[in-house]
Design a protein around this ligand. Structure first.
Ligand SMILES: Cc1cc2nc3c(=O)[nH]c(=O)nc-3n(C[C@H](O)[C@H](O)[C@H](O)COP(=O)(O)OP(=O)(O)OC[C@H]3O[C@@H](n4cnc5c(N)ncnc54)[C@H](O)[C@@H]3O)c2cc1C
Length: 402
């Protein structure tokens, strides 16, 4: 397994649970999650339940029941409740650190071998398996199978000719995580837009160790503007947000140092196939990085990990297992990649003419029940996700949690 982010440890745990001997390589000696909060959708929650981790993650996270978005003219642009589709359905606003540590503890307890501080730079195939080559020139292996979970800038993807598209998306986001002092932002993912160039968002993100609720702030930004934004200083940044909404005032008061703001950019990756022969397979952002507009990336990689483990368990040989994994994930990944590409310009682009019709039409168009259901299913990550079979947590691995 190359990469110990979200997909790497999830796939490692599931495969170790099937009795496979798994080694995880991670370039950082002390891997830490970057960024602030993420939305864990019902799809991702199902995989965490299978790993026996849902209770731990949910207990430190915020239940998100609704998405509410306004235009700069205070017009409602989106107002969806997950329970429009199913009572009890919800998202979880999760601190990345919580998800990461839950997964990391699980692979340590399962006896997965960890090789931290090893930056994998290449792969070499031989008759008896694959060897990994690291930045120091050392070789590791041979391994029967290499799972590339090395993220959006995957060096292993670049070592193949499988990418049909691999570009930086021109927009990203600036994130910060702070206290939600008066618990004002619980249960709702709140967004506020000015045309297609400006999005301000607040995502409830669970509670700190001392019980104080937290909220993640995000501000959409064109990547080439980030240096300028930093040069203009924190007060100018806050003034831009305050000019749009007063909803973030208490949150902004807690941002006193520009280092509290983290810039994250997205990539747009399309691969011809999710595997190269029967020795190398891709999961998560390495396989299908996309903009975070639909908040699906971490959920997609959890589904990939589960589908890969299912395919390896069900198929007698790696060639047919990897073909089966690819078949199981193709429609779902393709659909979300396509929707993400269609929808991102409506919220993050210089196509300013798209802003007014979005503000006028999105809410009334999504009022009829079938459209509303579709929008919520889309958000929940469940459209075309049926190939994913939910099963009990794996047996046979050490450290299994029930
Ligand atoms: C601003 C932003 C907001 C987002 N919001 C959401 C959201 O709300 N909901 C959601 O589901 N998703 C969201 N995502 C997407 C989500 O974060 C990713 O899709 C998800 O983390 C991908 O997981 P991964 O395991 O594929 O890759 P990563 O989590 O990126 O892990 C890759 C790992 O591989 C390691 N690595 C890289 N190269 C090497 C190498 N050469 N050798 C060894 N190790 C290596 C890295 O250090 C890293 O630990 C968001 C992303 C961004 C940028």
């Amino acid at each position: 397994m190359v990469g110990c982010g979200t997909g790497g440890p999830a796939a490692a745990r599931l495969l170790a649970g099937l009795g496979h001997q798994v080694t995880v390589f991670e370039r950082f000696a002390d891997p830490q999650p970057v960024g602030a909060g993420i939305m864990l959708q019902p799809t991702g929650q199902r995989v965490l339940a299978r790993l026996g981790l849902l209770d731990r993650v949910a207990s430190g996270s915020s239940v998100v029941e609704r998405i509410y978005a306004l235009s700069h003219r205070q017009r409602v642009v989106m107002d969806f409740g997950y329970d429009d589709v199913e009572p009890g359905l919800h998202g979880l606003g999760v601190h990345r650190g919580l998800l990461f540590h839950a997964l990391f503890d699980e692979i340590e307890a399962a006896g997965v071998e960890l090789r931290l501080g090893v930056e994998v730079t290449g792969i070499e195939r031989g008759a008896s398996g694959c060897e990994l080559v690291d930045a120091a020139g050392d070789r590791h292996g041979p391994f029967d199978l290499v799972v590339a979970a090395d993220g959006a800038r995957s060096p292993l993807r670049r070592a193949t000719d499988l990418a049909r598209r691999d570009t930086e998306y021109p927009w990203g986001a600036i994130w910060a995580i702070v206290d939600d002092c008066r618990g004002r932002h619980s249960n709702v993912l709140y967004q506020h837009y000015r045309g297609t160039r400006v999005t301000f968002g607040l995502l409830p993100t669970g509670a700190a160790a001392d019980g104080r609720p937290r909220v993640s702030l995000y501000w959409s930004v064109e990547n080439r503007r980030v240096a300028d934004l930093r040069r203009r200083g924190l007060d100018a940044f806050k003034a831009e947000i305050r000019g749009l909404t007063s909803e973030g005032d208490e949150v902004l008061d807690q941002i006193t140092d520009a280092d509290q703001l983290v810039h994250a950019a997205y990539r747009d990756v399309v691969m011809r196939r999710l595997h190269s022969g029967d020795r190398l397979v891709f999961v998560g952002d390495a396989a299908h990085a996309m903009s975070s507009q639909l908040g699906q990336g971490a959920n997609l990689v959890l589904l990939d990990a589960a589908a890969l483990a299912d395919a390896i368990q069900a198929r007698p040989d790696l060639a047919s297992a990897l073909a089966s994994y690819q078949a199981a994930r193709r429609a779902h990944v393709r659909f979300y990649r396509w929707m993400s590409r269609m929808m991102t310009p409506l919220f993050q682009s210089n196509l300013v003419f798209l802003g007014p019709p979005r503000d006028l039409l999105l809410e009334p168009v999504s009022r009829p029940r079938p459209v509303r259901r579709f929008m919520v299913e889309l958000l929940a990550g469940r459209v075309l996700a049926d190939g994913f079979r939910v099963r009990r947590p794996p047996t046979g691995g050490r450290g299994r949690r029930s």
